[in-house]
Design a protein around this ligand. Structure first.
Ligand SMILES: CC(C)(COP(=O)(O)OP(=O)(O)OC[C@H]1O[C@@H](n2cnc3c(N)ncnc32)[C@H](O)[C@@H]1OP(=O)(O)O)[C@@H](O)C(=O)NCCC(=O)NCCS
Length: 447
């Protein structure tokens, strides 16, 4: 569909919906791993375009491509069969000839991505944007060695990631491309698993997100339904429960995600590489399309910061337009930002409320209490109110006022009593807008 064909209202809704995520992802570090098949036509076109969108919105990207089909094509041309260890590792055994194929294949993947990323934005309005992909020897490796009696030869594992080099490139606005190859201090090259490299890079950078695009994602439960969220503990249970049942590649993916979470990566997303736009759908829609493994509670209440203002505005502006909340100019919001508490869900603000103490009095105002319509009716406003009441007690306030046009009964059911504008302190009374006809309610703090 062309942009011009979109219903304008739908477009506005979509943009409002995406805006908090755009803001939340700016300046964040995402390590994105994808298999070699995603770096080949026709899939590479869509992938590169999505990466270009993310980069243009200010996300710091590190790319970790695999190269399996490219390696296999080269082996086949030489009449060689891929060899995988029958023992516990299940890894490819890389002999000298296979290593040549790996080097060659990795080179092809790299040049394909570099070329595509250079042209991705050329025919679009983002043409001025320069995407600089850089690669280098940031991974030090060691041999896997002999396991279960099988020598893995040039198959290696990550020993160290040069974080300084990566940080330096990210700070310079580059997109580092980390190939699944590592070099030993003795000058040897080792073939690494792209998933394991991505996990180590994400851990080393303490990335905000590790994203795996895979044909084994999202994870599905016994009924074939996609699993949307897992805590590390649930991921562990899932691994234990399905060990043997889950196909080996999906197990490996989940084990890596689990390891990354324990290693301090805030969120790991497992996305279906075959789904068009999976990256954008996961990152810019509320519930996403993949499996998310996240260590902390999915939602948290915290004091707002200036960076949250676009998210808060996205939430309250529609309520202001509908007359449920009084219009609050952005400058006022900036001045009062410390008084606001926000509920954050995966980087987006889904509820907010403010406690504004009135100077020279022992009273405060509960203001701007709002919950995203998609999340209403689940006790979030109640939880926020309790939080703000606790703050009021900490500040030594005696009374809480609220002015509301639509939620009088909601507050009455939570201990607020109707009163009139005359009971407001003089300074607040002077600001009372009679044309709005807001109801005034009061509650003693501590009750
Ligand atoms: C009022 C508001 C904050 C409630 O958010 P919420 O997260 O849905 O609230 P909770 O889940 O804690 O409470 C839900 C209960 O309140 C009821 N409720 C919701 N809005 C109500 C209202 N305006 N009046 C009376 N009851 C209301 C629901 O029916 C539900 O009760 P039930 O479970 O018995 O059906 C939300 O509707 C909102 O954002 N409204 C617009 C902004 C506004 O008016 N803010 C108040 C002025 S500061």
């Amino acid at each position: 569909m062309r942009l011009a064909d979109l219903d304008p209202q739908q477009f506005v809704e979509w943009l409002r919906h995406a805006a908090p995520y755009i803001n939340a992802h700016r300046g964040r570090t995402f390590v994105i791993a994808f298999p070699g098949a995603a770096a080949q036509p026709p899939q590479v076109e869509g992938l590169v375009h999505d990466l270009a969108v993310l980069a243009s919105l200010g996300a710091r990207l590190v790319l970790v491509p695999g190269a399996r089909p490219q390696v296999e094509a080269r082996l086949a041309r030489r009449g060689l069969e891929p060899v995988y260890a029958a023992g516990s590792t299940g890894l490819r055994i890389t002999d000298a000839e296979a290593l040549e194929c790996v080097r060659d294949a990795v080179g092809e993947v790299r040049t394909t991505l570099e070329a595509r990323l250079s042209t991705a934005v050329a025919p679009s309005p983002m043409a001025g944007l320069r995407l600089r992909v850089v690669s280098g020897n940031v991974v030090t490796a060691r041999p896997v060695g002999v396991r279960d009696g099988i020598d893995h030869l040039y198959t290696g594992e990550v020993r160290r990631v040069d974080i300084q080099a990566l940080e330096h490139r990210l700070d310079g606005g580059d997109i580092p491309l980390v190939a699944p190859l590592g070099y030993s201090p003795t000058g040897e090259t080792f073939n690494l698993s792209a998933e394991a490299v991505a996990c180590s890079v994400a851990e080393a950078l303490q990335a905000d997100k590790l994203i795996h695009l895979s044909s084994h994602a999202p994870l599905r439960d016994a009924d074939g339904e996609p699993v949307r969220e897992l805590t590390p503990r649930q991921a562990r249970d899932w691994l234990d429960r399905t060990e043997g049942g889950l196909p080996e590649p999906a197990q490996r993916l989940l084990r890596n995600a689990y390891r990354a979470c324990l290693g301090g990566v805030r969120r790991t997303h497992l996305l279906d590489r075959g789904q068009t736009g999976a990256l954008l759908l996961e990152l810019f829609t509320r519930d996403g399309v993949g499996t998310l493994i996240a260590p902390e509670p999915f939602e948290s209440l915290r004091t707002a910061e200036l960076d949250d203002i676009p998210g808060i505005l996205g939430l309250i502006r529609p309520l202001e337009e509908a007359g449920a909340l009084v219009h609050r100019p952005q400058e006022l919001l900036e001045a009062q930002i410390d008084a606001f508490t926000v509920a954050e869900r995966d980087g987006a603000i889904i509820a907010t409320g403010a406690l504004i103490p009135w100077t020279g009095t022992d009273a405060g105002e509960i203001a701007c209490l709002a919950v995203d319509p998609d999340y209403q009716g689940a006790g979030r406003a109640e939880g926020l109110l309790r939080h703000l009441e606790r703050d009021a007690r900490r500040f030594g306030l005696q009374h809480l006022f609220v002015l509301t046009t639509r939620a009088e009964h909601w507050f009455r059911e939570r201990g607020f009593q109707p009163t009139g504008p005359e009971s407001l302190p003089a300074a607040r009374r002077a600001l009372y807008d009679r044309t709005r006809g807001s109801k005034v309610l009061v509650k003693p703090v501590g009750s």
